[in-house]
Ligand binder design. Structure first.
Ligand code: ADP
Length: 504
């Protein structure tokens, strides 16, 4: 239960960054696409504006040239030579007609007359008739003695060769607008006219043509639909982010596993060293007895020899030497034993919080617990600060946990439980490690802490004996028993520390 909750919490802690980075990325891709589309649209609209402006400016120039040269003024008054300006229509197909008001004459069309008056006033060409729906307009320039008027076809005026867009397929709609009327130049997307939905983007461009005589506006519009966004890329992005996050979490897990392995290796090395010490202690115990006996015997022999004839002086010297040797051996063994039994006594102790030590140990053994299907439950009413040697305490805890793992591995209990409690008990900090394995048989209990006692096949039987030595070295004790519900329970007691912060 707790396991699934932690797993869920772990997943959620990745979900949030994934959501955030995905969302930011998707918004960024969308806004980049829209910006690019808008920039393309504006560039095209500006080119269209420049091209059409060039055309209308050219109309002004043509009229000015006609007025200046007055081509109809000289020569015969009839035939083609009299109206050479008519050749303009061949040169500029979008100039449909060129009309002329002769010297002292009047325009047949009053609109042209009116436009000439305006032109006269404004000193530039003026619009006469504008039929935007047909795409035609007339432009008049007042001049003396003759004035000229051009009829211009808007569609023909568009320089399609230089047009920046594909007329049939471009989504951009282009019109030439004049006083509320508009002439369609490029259709754009058919549904451009329909009102854009909330999710669509509308690009607009509107600018007067560059000739004051022809006050038309170039109006360009484009609707960028939400479905035109690069959805494949936008959906690929979250997948990519998920893949990268998965890779990071994989690498982190790998680093974690490597750290655990290194820490376990270190613990193993310390354990091996300590086990060696324990082994030496065991041997010392074994050796001390015969050595003491040897010493007593040789001393007795020396005394007896002293009662013998005096020639035996050499023998006496040899015996003295033997005594000295035996003493030396005993001393060496004694020193070794003392060194092992009191590992640096008080020197390495510091204030340690039992919960911290436990969490570290459990963290290291987590993969093994998972493999064996063991549920570990840690309980502590309050922080318990003890005075202990960090390495020694690590080792005791590790040994107790490993023993419980071994007991649970060969047990059929379901689920396999390991309960760890810490508490204060008088002057001691108490740590209890209980499992729901088979427990300890009554006849085994008294021998549990003996060196080389083991019921496990291939077991050295030094683990608990070492734990006891280490605990006693720190002024504490360790005991074992069975729980009422079955399963073994080990209790470690260590002196409480007055200091409640980790000493450095
Ligand atoms: P080893 O693990 O090499 O056998 P230990 O000194 O660690 O040596 O343990 C001695 C014995 O104590 C084990 O062989 C086992 O019989 C018993 N023992 C230790 N822990 C438990 C436990 N949690 N449940 C049952 N028996 C245990």
């Amino acid at each position: 239960m707790q396991d699934t909750r932690t797993r869920l919490k772990n997943r959620l802690s990745w979900l949030l960054p994934w959501l955030l980075v995905s969302l930011l990325g998707v918004v960024w891709i969308a806004s980049q696409t829209i910006d690019r589309q808008r920039a393309l649209f504006e560039t095209d609209a500006r080119i269209v504006h420049r091209l059409l402006s060039q055309q209308v400016v050219q109309h002004d120039a043509i009229l000015a040239t006609l007025a200046l040269l007055q081509p109809g003024h000289t020569g015969a008054q009839t035939g083609e030579e009299a109206t050479p300006e008519q050749r303009l229509t061949a040169l500029y197909p979008h100039i449909l007609t060129v009309q002329r008001r002769d010297r002292d004459g009047t325009w047949s069309d009053p609109a042209l007359q009116q436009a000439e008056n305006v032109s006269q006033q404004q000193k530039r060409a003026a619009l006469a008739k504008v039929d935007v729906t047909k795409g035609r307009y007339q432009l008049v320039l007042a001049a003396q003695p003759m004035a000229y008027a051009l009829t211009i076809d808007v569609r023909g005026m568009v320089p399609w060769a230089d047009w920046p867009m594909k007329v049939d397929s471009s989504p951009v709609r282009v019109v030439l607008a004049h006083e509320g009327q508009s002439f369609l130049i490029q259709k754009g997307e058919t549904d451009t006219l329909s009102t854009p939905s909330l999710l669509d983007w509308q690009f607009n461009f509107s600018k007067h043509l560059a000739a004051a005589s022809q006050p038309f506006d170039v109006v360009a519009t484009q609707t960028f639909k939400w479905h035109q966004l690069p959805w494949v890329l936008m959906l690929l992005w979250p997948v990519l982010v998920a893949a990268v996050l998965y890779l990071i979490s994989f690498l982190l897990r790998q680093r974690d596993a490597r750290r655990r392995a290194e820490e376990l290796l270190r613990l193993g090395q310390v354990a091996r060293l300590n086990t060696l010490g324990e082994l030496a202690a065991g041997m010392a115990h074994e050796l001390n007895q015969p050595l003491t006996a040897m010493l007593a015997n040789t001393q007795a022999a020396q005394r007896m020899l002293a009662d013998s004839p005096p020639e035996l002086e050499t023998a006496q010297r040899a015996m003295t030497q033997a005594v000295a040797q035996a003493r030396r051996a005993s001393e060496v063994v004694g020193r070794l034993r003392r060194a092992v039994e009191q590992p640096e006594s008080d020197q390495g102790t510091q204030a340690l919080e039992l919960g911290d030590v436990l969490r570290r140990a459990v963290y290291l053994l987590e993969p093994e617990a998972k493999r064996l299907g063991i549920v570990i439950n840690m309980q502590s009413a309050e922080p318990v600060w003890v005075l202990a040697d960090s390495v020694a305490l690590d080792q005791i805890v590790h040994n107790l946990l490993m023993n419980a793992f071994q007991a649970l591995e060969s047990s059929n209990a379901e689920p396999k439980r390991l309960q760890i409690n810490t508490a204060q008990s008088g002057q001691f900090g108490e740590l209890r490690v209980a499992d729901n394995g088979a427990g300890i048989p009554e006849d085994v209990l008294p021998r549990l802490f003996e060196p080389f006692f083991s019921t496990r096949e291939g077991g050295l039987g030094l683990g608990l004996s070492l734990c006891e030595t280490l605990a006693q070295g720190m002024g504490g004790e360790i005991s074992a028993g069975n729980q009422a519900t079955g399963g073994a329970e080990f209790t470690l007691k260590l002196p409480l520390s007055k200091q409640q912060t980790p000493s450095t």
